[in-house]
Design a binder for this molecule. Structure first.
Ligand code: PGA
Length: 231
């Protein structure tokens, strides 16, 4: 039998601690939520009674030291979080994070027993040049270099994030098959992200190699997010 899909809400830079708690209190199903740092502790406390997992959206590649403005894996764990997004497209493209930096972050997360969700995906021009698989392979091999420990993958084509233009289920499945082949490991959950909403979620989640979804905009409203989870 297929496992239940893993649905992660990525709130990005939305919701204060009070708003996060109110959302969690009204959510009546299992989910994962990647919340802003200031909301981590309050969200984790509210979630602990409800089978909801809380995670961060980023972490520092170092464990401690003179890194003004950064947040370590241990600090995130101490807030009650169980997972962390690493290498999200906005980190790569807005903040210039390299595959090497992302790999260092992954290792920090694993050392702290925080499950990293490695986000990968091609840009529109890379897809048009037929370089999707090459890009995914590069992001996986550099990102996972020297990494051992449980992790998840989120395939998020850059052109599908926040645009309302999700990849078709076939297109996403094809990329997931390539990722699975590259990983050579059936136990790594591979989530799809990029404009997932209540109308396209079920078709995407029906695919054999799509184990869940990373949901941005549609995770900010309890009703919309619930209808994605409940199907
Ligand atoms: P979106 O974002 O669902 O708003 O496209 C997904 C993401 O960035 O993780």
């Amino acid at each position: 039998m297929r496992k239940e899909p893993i649905i992660i809400g990525n709130w990005k830079m939305h919701k204060t601690p009070a708003e996060a708690v109110a959302f969690i209190e009204s959510l009546e199903c299992k989910a994962h939520l990647a919340v802003p740092f200031p909301a981590l502790q309050a969200a984790a406390q509210a979630a602990s009674r409800k089978g909801i997992e809380i995670g961060a959206q980023n972490l520092c590649e170092h464990s401690a030291g003179a890194f003004t403005g950064e947040v370590s894996a241990d600090m995130i764990v101490a807030c009650g979080a169980s997972f962390v997004l690493v290498g999200h497209s906005e980190r790569r493209h807005v903040y210039g994070e390299s595959d090497e930096l992302i790999s260092a972050k992954l290792k920090q997360a694993i050392q702290a027993k925080l499950t990293p969700v490695l986000c990968i995906g091609e840009t529109l021009s890379e897809r048009e040049l037929d370089k999707t698989e090459e890009v995914l392979k590069r992001q996986l091999s550099l990102g996972l270099e020297g990494v051992s420990g449980p992790f998840m993958i989120a395939y998020e084509p850059v052109w599908a994030i926040g645009t309302g233009k999700s990849a078709s289920a076939q297109m996403a499945e094809q990329a997931h098959v390539a990722i699975r082949r590259f990983l050579g490991n059936k136990d790594v959950p591979i989530l799809y992200g990029g404009s997932v909403n209540p109308s396209n979620a079920q078709e995407l989640l029906k695919q054999d190699n799509i184990d869940g979804a990373l949901v941005g905009g549609a995770s900010l409203d309890v009703k919309t997010f619930t209808s994605i989870i409940r199907g």
